[in-house]
Write a protein that binds this ligand. Sequence first.
Ligand SMILES: NC(=O)c1ccc[n+]([C@@H]2O[C@H](COP(=O)([O-])OP(=O)(O)OC[C@H]3O[C@@H](n4cnc5c(N)ncnc54)[C@H](OP(=O)(O)O)[C@@H]3O)[C@@H](O)[C@H]2O)c1
Length: 235
Amino acid sequence: MTRTMMVTGASKGIGASTVEKFFYGDNDVDTIVLVARESKEFDKLQERLSSDNPHGKKIVPFTVDLADRAKIVGFLHEAMALAGKIDILVNNAGYTAPCAIQQIDFGDFERTMQVNVYAPFTIVQELLQQGNRFDLIVNIASTAGMGGRPGWLTYGASKAAMINMSEAMKAELAIFDTRVVCISPGRCATDLRRTLAPDEDPSTIMQPEHVAGVIDMLASEVGPYIDSQNLVVRQ
Ligand SMILES: NC(=O)c1ccc[n+]([C@@H]2O[C@H](COP(=O)([O-])OP(=O)(O)OC[C@H]3O[C@@H](n4cnc5c(N)ncnc54)[C@H](OP(=O)(O)O)[C@@H]3O)[C@@H](O)[C@H]2O)c1
């Protein structure tokens, strides 16, 4: 039996590394649904995968703004028609614009919640309503959701919500034999991290492929033996 996976935030960073890990790995995943907005990075990733496909896997790319709930619902119908099912879902896309409390624009707080909380919820709810039964859902939160930091109020609040939402999903979806794992990475060398810590040298911190390796392990035959409410992945 082969499995189908969906990765949001697939254009770069942890999402792109996860896609490459599963695409080039000799595993049972034969179809990967990629989700991000339109960008040169997303185009380049798709070109790379199309030109070097050693295991003959299928790529199904979607350009979607995950802040737009109606668009999410629309693309999921198309994704199910093309992919048939989603066994492994990696809710990875994330957004942040760090800001002092006095300067936070409420619209930006809403956008943070839309991308980081409402989008992963909508994807899970909509696919369940379409009859999809997941094998594994990996929700990417953050250590920022486990403790508040100056300037990170909107981001931290969204990630705390992701951690709690994952616990509810884990408890509620066990009836379908769906495993739900929340991963909270620490600092990892990506564009998002650069937004949070512009002066940091990215070569000194965890790399995206390290987080991808943990997701790969969760989807492997040892995955069911890793039982965690919130798996912290950091140096
Ligand atoms: N890097 C860290 O230190 C760190 C630590 C803890 C947790 N995380 C979490 O890890 C996840 C991946 O982030 P990353 O560090 O790999 O950052 P990244 O390289 O900046 O990637 C973020 C991804 O999210 C996508 N995204 C953002 N807004 C979107 C929107 N409105 N619609 C669709 N896609 C959108 C981006 O796609 P576009 O091409 O559309 O922009 C991109 O693929 C996030 O949830 C982040 O919060 C990161």
